[in-house]
Structures are given as structure tokens and as C-alpha cells.
Design a binder for this molecule. Structure first.
Ligand code: RNT
Ligand code: ZN
Length: 425
């Protein structure tokens, strides 16, 4: 493939684009600066197909699924960190890294998940400080024998539910330690797979148990400067098609009642239902949101996030609401069928691109047209915005961030594949 662009042509194209946006009163320099300043939490689990370091052969249970067996997945902390660092060099803007408890480093010892401690994330914390990459966190309620029944926190068997409550508390303690280490809150997101394959006769009892379990987990007081608690709802999973205990209504109500943040995952609703419209409604009642940028293809398939209409609309909504201080942005996808570093790069760059585009919106003009009752003008403007010379601004952002422009990063991932990934056979 030919190199995408040189500095001179990018600068020339940018100066024309800048003038085009200036006509709409949009300052492209400012938008670029703002776009690179928004942290994106990159999902560690794309690097190894959510296998983790517990010695498992791969992801199991939980109603989620990774397909594909592209060579070279990371097999330990050092490989995962090395791959992530390489991906970071291809991704413009502020980055965070999102861990699961599965990624504890226990020095070969089997530590039950309810006994995990911050020390098992010591290497992650050292790396985080050194690379200035803040960490986010997730308790892991899958790939475990005590999750095999399909119920964890909401299990009717107290042996099982108590184990998972202890696990979730351990996870909050670890997240809080990560937050203290990095000097800013670590987002600790609770997602459980609990649900039923077929029509349940009792929809209530598991929900009562989940509510009580969450109450117990969140009762442990931790400094909000170190941890942000979030809960993630879902419509269905593989093996929980008929009923999911932690549904959207359950968690929206729970987060509102408890005044904790709600996680909206783009793949967790009906296939034609999008989350952009939920942001302004939820923010009236919950203190904040976590967005999982994902892409469901026909089902909650967790394909790599792309610059899609859905993603762009979510970013526009976040910015129109001026809600960045109340919304954390995270990627959530897992595709084992393609080069995993390219997957990280494509997903992260797509989100940064959508954010930049949203920042370039002449929102004031749209609002003025709307206020004046000129809805034809609003629509005409929205149509026009789609074909403004946006790519020239995006290229300039990549250039300024000293990251590859266009698809030029593909040469580097090819090289990395040859020299690093292919050696992992
Ligand atoms: C599953 C949820 C959850 C997971 C990650 C790995 O449907 O989306 O966020 O994808 O925790
Ligand atoms: Zn998710």
C-alpha cells in the first residue's frame, strides 16, 4: 500500500478545511485540542480474547463469545503490556487501559477470585505510573466453575452468591488501589451474566437477591477520589435469552436509587435500539454514565467499534449535553479473527474520530434553527455537515499527535506481526 500522505499535503488540505469550518463559526484547532484530551479506556481483553492469566484455555460461559483464532494473542502480562504499548503508539490522544480481575498476576499461584488483593496488580500499577496510563477495572463473573449455573450474585445458592459478593468487594478494593496509585478514580464496572435460557417462572427472586448483593458490595465505603462504581445492564446473552436478571430497567432504577453511575453498552439493547437517546434522559437521574463502545452485528456480537452512525450520534449527544465530566468512555469488543493490535487501533481511532467530528459540530447553528422553528434548515445543515472536509482535520489531528496518518499504521502492525506475534507459536 502506498503511504497515505506527507506533512505538506496534510497541512495544505487542513488549511482549506479550517477555512470551511470557520464559515460555520467552528474552530478546528480548538476541536483538535479538545478531541485528544478526552480519555478513552482501551479494553485489555481484546489483546487475548478475554483469556486472562488464570491458566484457562480461553473465555468460557458468561453468555459472551469470542470467535476466531488469529495467531499471536498475548499469553501473559508482559506480552499484553508490550502489545498495548505498541497499539498506543498508533492511537492519538489520551488513553486509559481497562483490566478485568482475570488479569491478576499471582506468580503462578492459584489465588481464588474472592481473595485477590491489590498486590496482584502490582506490575500493572508500576506500568501504569511509568507509562502514565490510568487503569480501569472490572470484576470477572465468568470463566469460572461457580458461574456455571448461569447465576452469580443472584444465585439462590448462598455458597455461590457469597463467593461472588466477596469477589466484587475484592474488585472494588483493587480498583480503589489502582485509583490511589494513579491519583484519579478507577472506573470499576460490575457486569454479571445472570439469567435464564428459557422462560423463568420466578423473575423476581433473583432480582431481589441481586439488589441485596449489590447493596452489600457497595456498602464498603471507599474514597470517591479513587473509585467510580458503575453497573452494566443487558438485554440477553447466549444461554440467557429468555431472562436477564440485571436488565436495563433494573439497573437504571438501581443506579438512580443508589446515585451511582450507569453503564450503557451499545450492544445491550434490541438490535434497532440505540443508546444516544438514552443519555440525556439517564443523566437527569443518575450521577454519571460509562459508555461501552461496541458494535453488535445482528446480536450483541461485540465486533470492533467503528465510525458508525450509531457511534457518531452517541458522541454528538455527549458533547451537546456538555457531559464529558459525567461520562467515561470505554471500548468493549473482542474479535479473535483479526490482528488484535489492529483491532485495538481501529476501534480506538474510530472513537477518537467520532469525538473529533462531534466537536466540529456547529451546534449553535442547529439550535438556532430549531428554536426559530426552521426544522428544514436544521435538517439541511445536518446533511451538509456530513460532507465537510472532515478527513483533513482528522489527518491533522493524527499528525499533530505524532501518530500515523490514514492507514499508514498498517505497515507497523505488519512489521510487529512478523517480528513479535508470529514468534508466539
Ligand atoms: C458483556 C459486557 C461486559 C463485557 C466485558 C468483558 O456483555 O458487555 O462489559 O463485555 O466486561
Ligand atoms: Zn460491555
Amino acid at each position: 500500500m502506498k503511504a497515505y500522505g506527507n506533512k505538506e499535503s496534510i497541512e495544505t488540505a487542513y488549511s482549506l478545511a479550517k477555512a470551511a469550518y470557520a464559515k460555520l463559526d467552528v474552530n478546528t484547532d480548538k476541536a483538535i485540542r479538545a478531541a485528544v484530551d478526552i480519555p478513552i479506556s482501551i479494553n485489555c481483553w481484546q489483546g487475548d480474547d478475554i483469556t486472562g492469566f488464570e491458566g484457562a484455555a480461553g473465555l468460557s460461559g458468561g453468555g459472551i463469545l469470542v470467535t476466531g483464532n488469529y495467531p499471536g494473542r498475548a499469553r501473559n502480562g508482559d506480552e499484553l503490556r508490550k502489545d498495548a504499548e505498541f497499539a498506543f503508539s498508533l492511537i492519538p490522544g489520551k488513553k486509559r487501559f481497562n483490566l478485568h480481575t482475570l488479569y491478576a498476576e499471582t506468580g503462578g499461584k492459584q489465588i481464588p477470585r474472592d481473595e485477590l488483593e491489590p498486590e496482584h496488580f502490582k506490575d500493572w500499577m508500576i506500568w501504569s505510573k511509568k507509562k502514565k496510563i490510568p487503569l480501569d477495572f472490572n470484576p470477572s463473573f465468568f470463566s469460572h466453575s461457580l458461574a456455571d449455573s448461569g447465576y452469580t450474585l443472584s444465585s439462590g445458592n448462598p455458597k455461590i452468591s457469597k463467593f461472588w459478593v466477596r469477589h466484587a468487594i475484592a474488585s472494588r478494593r483493587i480498583a480503589s488501589a489502582l485509583g490511589a496509585n494513579q491519583g484519579s478514580p478507577s472506573v470499576n464496572n460490575i457486569w454479571i451474566p445472570d439469567g435464564s435460557k428459557d422462560l423463568p417462572a420466578d423473575r423476581l427472586s433473583p432480582r431481589l437477591r441481586l439488589r441485596d448483593a449489590l447493596d452489600e458490595i457497595l456498602a464498603l465505603p471507599l474514597d470517591p477520589k479513587t473509585i467510580t462504581d458503575t453497573v452494566e445492564a443487558k438485554l440477553f446473552g447466549i444461554g440467557s435469552e429468555a431472562y436477564v436478571v440485571g436488565s436495563h430497567e433494573f439497573y437504571l432504577a438501581y443506579a438512580t436509587a443508589k446515585q451511582i453511575r450507569l453503564c450503557l453498552d451499545m450492544g445491550h439493547f434490541h438490535p434497532t435500539e440505540t443508546i444516544a437517546d438514552k443519555i440525556s434522559a439517564a443523566l437527569l437521574f443518575v450521577p454519571g454514565l460509562l459508555i461501552h463502545f461496541s458494535r453488535g452485528l445482528r446480536w450483541d456480537s461485540d465486533h470492533v467499534a467503528i465510525y458508525s452512525d450509531d457511534q457518531r450520534e452517541v458522541c454528538r449527544e455527549i458533547l451537546r449535553q456538555k457531559a464529558l465530566n459525567r461520562i467515561d468512555l470505554a471500548l468493549d469488543f473482542f474479535d479473535g479473527s483479526i490482528n488484535r493490535i489492529a483491532a485495538w487501533t481501529i476501534g480506538s481511532r474510530s472513537l477518537r474520530k467520532s469525538l473529533l467530528e462531534a466537536l466540529l459540530e456547529p451546534t449553535k447553528l442547529l439550535l438556532a434553527a430549531e428554536k426559530a422553528g426552521k426544522n428544514h434548515e436544521r435538517l439541511a445543515l445536518m446533511e451538509e455537515l456530513k460532507t465537510l472536509p472532515f478527513s483533513a482535520v482528522w489527518d491533522k489531528l493524527c499528525l499533530d499527535a505524532r501518530t500515523p496518518v490514514g492507514t499508514d499504521w498498517l505497515q507497523q502492525t505488519d512489521e510487529y506481526e512478523k517480528t513479535v506475534l508470529d514468534k508466539r507459536k
